[in-house]
Every structure is written in structure tokens, then in C-alpha cells.
Design a protein around this ligand. Structure first.
Ligand code: SF4
Ligand code: SF4
Length: 291
């Protein structure tokens, strides 16, 4: 196994002491049998996010049909869709009194529409229960079933459509097997064509072996495909069995990437070591809305 790079100071997070809100959220999640990415992906921000009442829900089970070597989500044969899940999700969002919710899923390459119809059902259920809650969906790539997926999402478009490009095209083979860079850009562009009023968003991880210039090229491509918001954060290996961290991007280098993103005209760019796709998503969306 590759030697592990020591974690620099700016990565070490001091986990805040879990607040009562943190435990309350965990209890409500378990009661409603809901999974969060925050827990599944061992997100370093969980103390802060749960403490503030933010969470990213993972629908359609916790078993992915793909196996990306940077990802800590389990894989295997997925469970059948639970038709009661949209209601449970809506109840939970209402119980947690969330103003802003991020809904994501594992890849469901086994479903005809990739699960887009289930996303739409969840959006509809949350809108019906708490109409003022803003909804961001972080969707898989729907590869091979994009037309059916876009049609399904037309029935209930979200407030923000997020799809992560994850890494630079040169590293797609080792990092995103089963995905395709041009396809992911096409998903973002085609959704925007259908819903010009809905913000689109994408994100990538750095530290997997890409150069800063390659990241800037991706930023160009995202803007060229109409993407409004971007997130860039440091990749952290969930375990020794996952892809190793090739470099820790310095805060200065992150600042340069943020400047590059802003110069390209993104309505919002969240760029920094601990930034995750859903980190401060409510703030990102609110700021993008101001422009
Ligand atoms: Fe959850 Fe996103 Fe916060 Fe991480 S950054 S804890 S995944 S809401
Ligand atoms: Fe993880 Fe998504 Fe890859 Fe599945 S498709 S392994 S959930 S990153």
C-alpha cells in the first residue's frame, strides 16, 4: 500500500462536542429509518452540520450498484424501492424543521430511469409537507437512461440540481469507473436547457493526482455547460483500502482556485479543504440567489 501522507494542520478538524441537536437528529433519523450521507460517507463536517440542523439524505437504500474507489458507501445488490420512503422523508424534514434539504442517492443502474422518478416523488412529498423548504437534489449520472431520467424530473423539478463531476477527465478511469466526463457535462447542460430557472451545481475533489491547471479546465467546462455553482474540497481517503491522497492542496492554492471560479462567473463557489458538495448548501444557494 502507498505510504500515507501526514495530514496537514489545516485538515485536522476538532470535532465539536456533539450538541443535543446532534442526538435529536440521529434519533429522528433512526425512528424514520432514513440514511444520511453525512454518516455513510464519514463526512468530517457532521458535528457542525447536524448541530445546525443540516443533513444530506440518501434515498433508495445504502447499497450502490457502482464501486468508486474514493467512496465509503456500501455496494451490492440494491434493495427494491420503498414506495413509502418519500412520505417518511417528508415527515422527517418536517420534524427536523429543515429550511433547506439535500437529497441524494446511490447509483441505481438497475432501474429503468436510474431512480429519477423516485427523486421526483420525494421532491413532491417534501413540497407538499413543507412548501417553504428549499430542495437540492444531488443526482447520480443516469448513464444509459438520461432521457427517461430527465423526463421523470420534469414532473417535479428541484430548486437546485447538483451533479458532481468529481475529478478531472484524465483521472476518470481510476477514480470514476463506469462514469463518463462528457456524459456528466451533458446531464448538467440538458437539465439546464429544460429548466433555465433552476440553479445547477457541480463539485469536485482535489488531491487525487490532478493538477491545478486541470481543475481550472474543468471549471471552464462546467461554465460552458451552464453550471451556476461549484464546490471544490480536499479528498480524504475514508480508509487505507480506498484511493490514497496524492497531495494536500494548500489553503493558498484553494484561494487561487476560488478566484479562478469567481472570475469565470459562477454565482457561487465554495472552495476549501473541508468543503463538501452539501457543505453550507443553504448558504451557497442563498448567495447564488442574490446574483
Ligand atoms: Fe452532511 Fe454535507 Fe454536512 Fe457532510 S457537509 S455533514 S455530507 S450535510
Ligand atoms: Fe459512491 Fe456514488 Fe460511486 Fe456509488 S456511484 S460508489 S455512491 S460515488
Amino acid at each position: 500500500p502507498a505510504e500515507r501522507l501526514p495530514k496537514p494542520d489545516w485538515i485536522r478538524t476538532r470535532a465539536p462536542a456533539p450538541s443535543s441537536r446532534f442526538f435529536e437528529i440521529k434519533a429522528i433519523l433512526r425512528e424514520n429509518a432514513l440514511t444520511t450521507v453525512c454518516e455513510e460517507a464519514s463526512c468530517p463536517n457532521i458535528g457542525e452540520c447536524f448541530g445546525k440542523g443540516t443533513a444530506t439524505f440518501m434515498i433508495m437504500g445504502d447499497k450502490c450498484t457502482r464501486r468508486c474507489p474514493f467512496c465509503d458507501v456500501g455496494h451490492g445488490r440494491p434493495d427494491p424501492l420503498d414506495p413509502a420512503e418519500p412520505e417518511r422523508l417528508a415527515r422527517t424534514v418536517a420534524a427536523l424543521n429543515l429550511r433547506y434539504v439535500v437529497i441524494t442517492s446511490v447509483d441505481r443502474d438497475d432501474l429503468r430511469d436510474g431512480g429519477a422518478g423516485h427523486f421526483a416523488a420525494c421532491i413532491r412529498a417534501v413540497r407538499a409537507a413543507t412548501p417553504s423548504t428549499r430542495i437540492e437534489v444531488l443526482v447520480p449520472d443516469f448513464r444509459g437512461r438520461l432521457d427517461a431520467a430527465l423526463d421523470a424530473l420534469d414532473a417535479a423539478p428541484p430548486d437546485v440540481l447538483n451533479h458532481n463531476i468529481e475529478t478531472v477527465p484524465r483521472l476518470y478511469g481510476p477514480v470514476r469507473p463506469g462514469a463518463d466526463y462528457a456524459h456528466s457535462l451533458a446531464l448538467l447542460e440538458r437539465f439546464k436547457e429544460r429548466h433555465p430557472e433552476v440553479k445547477t451545481k457541480s463539485g469536485l475533489m482535489v488531491g487525487l493526482g490532478e493538477t491545478d491547471d486541470e481543475v481550472e479546465d474543468v471549471l471552464h467546462d462546467l461554465r460552458a455547460h451552464g453550471v451556476d455553482m461549484v464546490t471544490i474540497g480536499q479528498y480524504l481517503a475514508p480508509s487505507g483500502a480506498h484511493l490514497p491522497v496524492r497531495r494536500y492542496v494548500t489553503p493558498d492554492a484553494f484561494a487561487r482556485l476560488r478566484d479562478a471560479a469567481e472570475a469565470l462567473g459562477f454565482a457561487h463557489a465554495a472552495v476549501g479543504p473541508l468543503v463538501r458538495s452539501s457543505y453550507h448548501a443553504d448558504v451557497q444557494h442563498a448567495q447564488a440567489d442574490l446574483d
